[in-house]
Every structure is written in C-alpha cells, then in structure tokens.
Design a protein around this ligand. Structure first.
Ligand code: URA
Length: 169
C-alpha cells in the first residue's frame, strides 16, 4: 500500500509486478487534479500514450476530447487514467494476471482522490470492484464508440448524463 501520492506515483513508475514494463517506454499513471470530483477510466495505454506518458492522447483520446467539449466538460478538471498502466506488445488483449497485478494501483488512486463520480469506459474498467459512496457510470470504450453509430450515440448520451450529474453533485 502506498503512503502518499508521491509514493504511489513512484511505485507505479517502477512497477515490475507483471511482464508489461519490459516492452513499454512510459508508465501512464494518469493525469488531472489530485482532488478531482470525476475520474474517467479506460483500459490501458496504446502507442501514443506510451510515447508521451499521458492517457488518451491518441485517436480514441481525440474522440473522447470531442465528446467532452460537446458537453462542456473540461478535461483538465477530470482525473483520467486506466486500469492497467502499461501498453501491451502490439496492442494485444490484456491477460487476467496483468489486470490483477495493476488493479490495486487504480484502487489506491480512488482512495486518495476520493472522487464523487467514476466513469468506467469499456469492459475491463466495467469489471472492477465498486466502492461505497461513489456514483459509477458505465459506458463503452471510446475506441469502440468511435467505430459504431449505435455505440457512438450511447456514448454521447452517457456523457450528457455525466454533465447533468456533475451539476447535481
Ligand atoms: N485506450 C485506453 O484504454 N487508454 C488510453 O489511455 C488510450 C487508449
């Protein structure tokens, strides 16, 4: 368990609990205010995120930014992260042991940030355990939503609901 934010950041940065660190340039810890009211959670970084060390900066990230802007949600006010903090080789599917190894870091981030709302984007994020006192919104992963009309519509609607919820709580 981490004792402070700095400690958690450095634990994640130097993590070798699974094999993924070997093929990654950067660890993508996540970004945003330490006291964000809303957390957005994806699966794991892709190529662009690995290059820059920042979450959701590739194609899916650009689509996500567009949906946020449409709803006048400021990205800078959200804490954006992933369940797994490293990319996979060739963007392959995550293995269960990789998810299990990294999940405690996400749970620690929740404990320290204490968000009011968590948006779980995609199946990997949707499978994570829930904490009492937090409102969870489940939606598609932006990479899936940008490819299909039906999913795109639902994704848009979900972010509209997020905006309404942010005004309320
Ligand atoms: N897909 C994710 O799940 N997370 C990112 O940061 C980028 C793409």
């Amino acid at each position: 368990m981490a004792t402070s934010w700095e400690n958690l950041t450095s634990q994640v940065k130097t993590c070798k609990k699974c094999r993924l660190w070997k093929g990654a340039k950067h660890t993508v810890f996540g970004e945003g205010p330490r006291d964000a009211r809303v957390m957005l959670v994806g699966q794991n970084p892709g190529e662009e995120e690995d290059k820059t060390g920042r979450p959701f900066v590739g194609r899916a990230g650009k689509f996500l930014n567009k949906i946020l802007e449409e709803n006048k949600i400021e990205r800078e006010k959200l804490f954006i992260t992933n369940i797994v903090k490293h990319k996979t080789p060739g963007n392959r599917k995550l293995k269960n042991d990789e998810i299990a190894a990294c999940l405690p870091y996400f749970l620690e981030q929740i404990k320290m940030i204490k968000p009011k709302i968590i948006v779980l984007m995609g199946e990997t994020a949707r499978k994570t355990p829930r904490k009492r006192g937090i409102v969870y919104l489940e939606t598609y992963h932006p990479a899936a939503a940008m490819r299909s009309g039906k999913m795109r519509k639902k994704f848009r609607d979900d972010f509209r609901s997020l905006k309404k919820l942010m005004i309320k709580i």
